[in-house]
Design a protein around this ligand. Sequence first.
Ligand code: NDP
Length: 282
Amino acid sequence: MIIDGKKIAADIQAEIARQVDQISGRKPSLAFILVGDNPASQSYIRGKKKACAETGITSVVHEFPASIAEGDLILQIQRLNIDPLTDGILVQLPLPPHISERIVTQTIDPDKDVDGFHPVNVGKMLLGDPGGFLPCTPNGIRALLERSRIPVEGKHVAIVGRSNIVGKPLAAILMQKKAGCNATVTVAHSKSEGLKQILHSADILVAAMGSPLFIKKEMVKPGAAVIDVGINRMPNGKLVGDVDFDEVSKVAGWITPVPGGVGPMTIAMLMQNTLESYWKRT
Ligand code: NDP
């Protein structure tokens, strides 16, 4: 069965839009910070702005030249931190090499960190403290599994990739002692031995590697759920995931397409975090 991430994300956004519509007075507001003119970053911001417009969330894009000094960017973030009309702050990554992503991420007020990358929110996620923001892509994968009624509890989830934005937080979320989680998680990476055997024993396989079409059908247990996080642009301009969809879809029980799988869920979770932030401060 193909998991329609686009439809599930649209359903979530429609639920958010209904809630926002009922708010009289100031609506939730999300501030984007875009540094430089990276076309991919501009395209990501366009997608997120569109989702804001569809859900009724106010969006403001603050654009700065690639030459902006780190100190000046920090001042801009501090200004947004104390702005009572801003509920969420998102700095679009990557930043130019002279600006530290670590310092910038840590400058954002954790209570406005709707990306969930601030160490305070990462810590709350690891502790299972519901008071923080969960990062959007892994939380979107959790929501995708939940809404597709794919059993997670007690199942073996194998994640390929250990990045701070996908693999590591997804492992932290799915191993939580709570409904919809309680999974047995294996996190594999480029140094893992016996990758094929690890993956073949997984009930849920999550590919988050950035390696086009790497996952083949021999690596997948028949009937498993296969979640493809990868977004890779091929020389012919086509977007493909980390999973060889054509062959893996023949053995998988469930599979996400690229595009139209995890990507839209990431944006839906960003809208959800922004609305949550609004409720917390009003
Ligand atoms: P990173 O490059 O930060 O991490 C990739 C991970 O995959 C690393 O842990 C790396 O191992 C592992 N890896 C790479 N090749 C192999 C291999 N052959 N065997 C085993 N492990 C391997 O990537 P991100 O997590 O940032 O992104 C992963 C993919 O997901 C990208 O295609 C990205 O575009 C996409 N993405 C999609 C999002 C969405 O919304 N759909 C959001 C974020 C990312 P090691 O640590 O040892 O180097």
